[in-house]
Every structure is written in C-alpha cells, then in structure tokens.
Ligand binder design. Structure first.
Ligand code: FAD
Length: 352
C-alpha cells in the first residue's frame, strides 16, 4: 500500500474501518476537550485612592500570559468604579475581561462568587482557572471545584505549561518535597500562593470588556462584618525583611529588630518557631504554612533554613544569614553568611 496507511481512505482502496489514516482518529476524537485559554479571578481591594488590583490577581494574570498562547480571561466583581482598572488589567495581559456588576455581588459571598465563576467557566470553557490562595480564594475555589466535579490543586507555588496541560507544583509530605501535579479533567484548577510569581509592570493596554449578568439565589444575610485588628502592614510588601528564628533566645531582641527595621525601612518577620512560642503573630510567619515573601533583601537571624521556611522565601533577592552554627542548612543557600551570634549582630546594627 502506498501513500497513507489507512483503510477507509478512498485512495487506499481497502475498507478496514479500524485502519484510518494516521492522525485522523485524534483529529476527530469527540471526547477530546476543546478547552483553551486561562481564566483568572482577579480580586480588587479598596485603597485610599480607590479600587486597586490585588497583588495576587496581578501576579496570576502575568503568569497566565506567559503560560498560554491562547486567550487570558479575567473576572472582576464590583461597581462602575472598576472601569478605572480596565486599562491596567489589559496591560497585564488580559484579552477578555468579564465584569460582574450585579449589585448584590458587590458584597463578597463565597457561595455566590463560586456560582458566578462556575457559570463563566461553562461559557468560556478555559483550559485552566487560576485563583489566588488568599483567604477568599481558599473559600471560593473549592466550592467551584465541588460544584463542577473538578480537581483542584491548592496552594501551588509554581506552574508550568505543556501545551494546554498545566503542571502545578506544590509542597507535599509536610513540605519535605515539591510535587508536580497534573489534572486529568478540564478545566484544570489551581489556587496559587500570593508572591509565587512577580507582579507584572504597570502599563495600560486594550481588550474586550463583557458585562456578565448573574443573579445569585444563594446570597445569605451577613450577620456581622467587623474589620480584623491589624496595623495594616504586610510582610509581603516589604523590600527588606529582618526575619527572626528560634536562635534568638532572648525575646527582647524582637524590639531591637523592630528598632533596626524602623531605621532601615524594613519589616520584621519570623520563622514558625517564634509563632509557636507566642512571641510573634502568625501574620509575620514566613514559610509553607505562613506567608510567601519576595523582598530584595532577606536578613535571617537565628533561622536554620528548614525546607518549610525556605518555601516561603525562595524568591528573595539576596539572602543574608546570621547563624552561629556553620553547618546550619541556611548557609547552603544564603548569598552572604555570618557565623555569629544573632543578638550581637542585631545590637551592633541598632547602634550603628
Ligand atoms: C507541615 C509543616 C509546615 C511548616 N511550616 C513552616 C513555615 O511556614 N515556616 C517556618 O518557618 N517553619 C515551618 N515549619 C517548621 C520547620 O520545619 C522548622 O521547624 C522551623 O522553620 C524552624 O524554625 P527556626 O529555624 O527558627 O528554628 P530552629 O530549626 O530551631 O533553628 C534555630 C537556628 O538558630 C541557630 N542559633 C541558635 N543560637 C543562635 C545564636 N545565638 N545566634 C545565631 N544563631 C543561633 C541554630 O544554629 C539553628 O540553626 C513547618 C513544619 C511542618 C511540619
């Protein structure tokens, strides 16, 4: 037989239906998903100058743009004031923006947001859906996955693409190894830790805006809505972090570190050891079960560099370690190491 090796092809002259020309079965496979592009739920936060795109949303749009040659879709919830953000979202890489302006959805409701995003997924049929692993993202994403019978890879710290397939990386087995996870169903869903990807440069762009109509039936009455007590600072925004670990045996060194931080424009963070001791709040914890940070300079005092801690500060610019044990793991990945007493160095920095 010459030319194609198939059976029912008119040029081949045979009538064996199981021997179709190469590639034909794949091309006409009705079970093959046509899902394409990436949908990102972009959270919007209220800033002093009006609404602002949350860092995790911006980071995920940048990541989605690099992961797909297809379209990047974003969905935002809010009123007409969000129009001021359109250009910026397109600048980050969004092709089509779905703006949900339903009045009742201006107030966050995990059930209603999940229903609405699921309705969009039905319409768009994206290959992947990315949601920040923020406190809201962690509430909404599993609800969507359950509603649509999909898998969800939660708390990813890395994403790669192999065509439309997403390879989702997240810590596993207590953070002792990083697992690459693939999902067999489309759309593939992931929540991604804030800070896992760089925030794209601010620029203005153009794209398509679609006002998405959605009338939720599941909104519950809000019984109380009290703001959390916080001084407003966030270690994820810091350019320089002074991070304290169990090697600082004396609690008063936290005040010394705060004093140094004020002088050099830094913030103070910590390892889980200090949170467990009750010396520092959880909002300051860096690591797998804490926050993911990416400062330009990460100064680690008395931190051993356990894998769970490292997972939260991998993207730091320069790592400077002060640890009196020359064999501490942190020295193996620090850019600059001081084999010294953490207290001595902190007090000297405060004086100088
Ligand atoms: C599921 C799970 C999740 C976790 N999540 C996190 C997380 O998010 N963040 C996190 O940090 N940890 C996390 N951990 C805990 C982690 O495994 C480590 O136990 C923790 O990071 C250790 O904190 P540390 O480095 O401060 O303390 P240690 O490991 O006790 O290290 C203290 C270091 O200080 C040094 N030192 C002692 N004295 C001095 C001195 N005078 N001067 C200078 N150096 C000194 C020692 O040489 C030592 O290297 C997690 C663990 C698990 C199982």
């Amino acid at each position: 037989m010459s030319g194609c090796e198939g059976g029912s092809c008119s040029t081949c002259g045979t009538d064996d239906p199981n021997r179709l020309p190469p590639g034909m079965l794949k091309a006409y496979d009705l079970n093959q998903s046509t899902a394409d592009g990436i949908l990102v739920w972009t959270e919007v936060v209220e800033g002093p100058d009006g609404p602002r795109i949350d860092d995790s949303g911006a980071e995920l749009i940048g990541a989605a743009r690099n992961l797909t040659d297809g379209r990047v879709f974003a969905v935002v919830f809010g009123g007409t004031e969000l129009k001021s953000l359109y250009g910026r979202l397109f600048g980050y890489g969004v092709d089509t923006l779905y703006h949900v302006r339903e009045k009742s959805l201006e107030r966050y409701s995990p059930e209603a947001y999940a229903e609405c995003i699921a309705s969009l997924m039905d319409r768009i049929v994206p290959a992947a859906v990315l949601i920040g692993a923020t406190s809201r993202g962690r509430e909404v994403a599993p609800r969507i996955a359950a509603k649509m019978g999909l898998g969800l890879t939660a708390d990813c710290t890395g994403l790669r693409a192999d065509g439309r397939k997403l390879i989702m990386t997240r810590p596993a087995f207590g953070g002792n190894l990083m697992a690459d996870i693939e999902c067999t169903k489309y759309p593939q869903m992931a929540t991604v830790r804030p800070g896992s990807f760089p925030r794209p440069e601010d620029s203005e762009g153009q794209g398509t805006v679609i006002y998405w109509q959605f009338c939720p039936e599941c909104i519950k009455d809000v019984i109380s809505d009290e703001p959390m007590e916080e001084d407003g600072s966030d270690i994820r925004d810091a350019k320089v972090l002074i991070s304290l670990g169990d090697g600082i045996r004396d609690r008063s060194l936290i005040d010394v570190a705060e004093s140094v931080a004020r002088k050099i424009g830094a913030q103070v963070s910590c390892s889980r050891a200090l949170v467990e001791k009750g010396w520092m709040p959880r909002s300051r914890q860096v690591g797998m079960s804490g926050r993911t940070v990416a400062p330009e300079i990460y100064l680690a005092f008395g931190i051993s560099g356990a894998v769970q801690h490292r997972a939260g500060m991998l993207r730091s610019g320069k790592v400077i370690a002060v640890n009196n044990d020359p064999d501490a793991p942190i020295h193996s990945f620090a850019d600059l190491s001081f084999i010294a007493d953490a207290g001595d160095v902190l007090r000297a920095m405060d004086r100088e």
